[in-house]
Design a protein around this ligand. Sequence first.
Ligand SMILES: [Zn+2]
Length: 166
Amino acid sequence: MDIFAHGIYNIALQKTLRKDKQKWKKILEAFWWGIMPDLLAFGAPLLVAIFLGSLDHHALVNGTDLSALVYPFTHSLVIFGAVFLILSLLLKKWYLPMLGWGFHILMDIPFHTPNFFPTPFLFPVSSYTLPFGIYWGTPAVWIGLWAIVIIWLLILIYRSKYYEQN
Ligand SMILES: [Zn+2]
């Protein structure tokens, strides 16, 4: 799924979980946890590859190889679950914004094809990935996913307006 949509989906999810008015900081926090799995897997390796490549032009530094290394860590429900539990224990309350990380993985599972970064959601316990999937960039899927989150946000805005008036 496109990274931006992931961020918006978690904003909608967090707004659904908490009915109180949220400040910009909370909205940005939700956006960050929605995009983090792809930002770390694709954005950071790209920067590292550009940096290392500029130091040594003979070294073959490939951002895609680094992504393949990082991707399982940020796209595993096992790792997400462990980090979520540990952090929630440390904070002594459920750290809800991080649920966007788990939600990101759940949405990637059906919308990645087996031949391009299928979601290893059981890593490191198992390297199993779904043998099928619909590419998120397929126009009907892409438009559908954006339509759903826009309608979801509109309902939330309507709901908050309704609560303000009553
Ligand atoms: Zn992803």
